[in-house]
Design a binder for this molecule. Structure first.
Ligand code: ZN
Length: 294
């Protein structure tokens, strides 16, 4: 881990990009999920980003989430970071920045382009005034919003070629907001289609957008994307990948199995073990792919 000693999150992301790898971002809703993610990252010795949506961070507690992740970073001197995933108002951005999050996503993908730029810029200015190392990520293009199993593609999701983020849009957006990271719509989708792979990514567009935007790009809606598409996306300029649905599915299955196998046990640290183990397995598989570890 010496390689990452005291490196800032932005430098770790840029380093990943330079090496044609991506940093995994995984959501948590409790300490068991955090435990599973951290143990797999540690095993593979790769940096990791923990995400919490507005719902997840309210469930754990905003300040409590910061304290948990910080405690691991300090105790193990480990490059583990905390991101406030999809945040829909400036007030909520401010709350996460004030609580000590390492990065915050302002998601204005459903707003007009101008309104999205305005609040993103406001978020950047506020975050940097508190701590210049806090990163702000913006979302350009609507890709659905739920981390769940889907029967069909969400209404309004911009996954067909004419709706993808354009190089002109990303250039204007980045220049006028000063944002650190950006998540474009490149055929990706939040959530995971039942019984089918998610739609293919537009790899050529990823390349064009990286060049036009000039800042690291984040891929959302990673669950359900084919392995070879991930590798191509990373090679084309994706520096961080979000996975949530897959982790949720694994966690819930692990809980079910743990309860079935220990029907009379009431000690959570025994019957929840299987749930942690299920999370570890998914994370290990994803981190190996993103870091190109065999
Ligand atoms: Zn997302």
């Amino acid at each position: 881990m010496i390689k990452y000693n005291n490196m800032k999150l932005i430098d770790i992301i840029k380093e990943a990009e330079k090496n044609k790898t991506a940093i995994g971002h995984f959501n948590i809703a409790d300490t068991q999920m955090l435990k599973g993610i951290f143990s797999s990252a540690q095993k593979l010795k790769v940096p990791v980003i923990i995400g919490t949506s507005e719902g997840e961070r309210d469930f754990i507690g905003v300040k409590q989430t910061v304290a948990l992740v910080k405690s691991l970073r300090e105790e193990y001197d480990y490059p583990i970071f905390l991101n406030a995933d999809h945040t829909y108002s400036f007030e909520k951005v401010k709350e996460a920045v004030d609580a000590g999050y390492d990065s915050v996503i302002f998601d204005g993908a459903k707003l007009s382009f101008e309104e999205n730029m305005k609040i993103t810029k406001q978020s950047v200015e506020y975050a940097k005034s508190v701590n210049p190392n806090i990163l702000i990520e913006a979302e350009l293009g609507y890709i659905g919003k739920s981390s769940k199993l889907l029967d069909e593609i969400p209404e309004g999701a911009e996954i067909t070629d004419e709706h993808l983020t354009t190089p002109e849009e990303i250039k204007e957006f980045v220049e006028s907001t000063g944002v650190d990271l950006i998540a474009p719509a490149v055929g990706n989708l939040h959530g995971m289609l039942k019984g089918a792979n998610n739609p293919a990514l537009n790899i050529e567009r990823i390349k064009e957008l990286r060049e036009a935007g000039g800042i690291p790009m984040v891929l959302h809606g990673g669950s359900g994307i084919a392995d070879e598409d991930f590798v191509k996306a990373i090679d084309a300029g994706i520096a961080s990948i979000h996975i949530s649905t897959e982790v949720r599915v694994a966690y819930k299955n692990g809980i079910k199995i743990g309860l079935q196998e220990n029907p009379d046990d009431i000690a959570p640290y025994r019957y929840m073990k299987e749930a942690v183990h299920h999370v570890e397995k998914v994370i290990e598989k994803r981190l190996k792919l993103f870091s190109k570890i065999n």
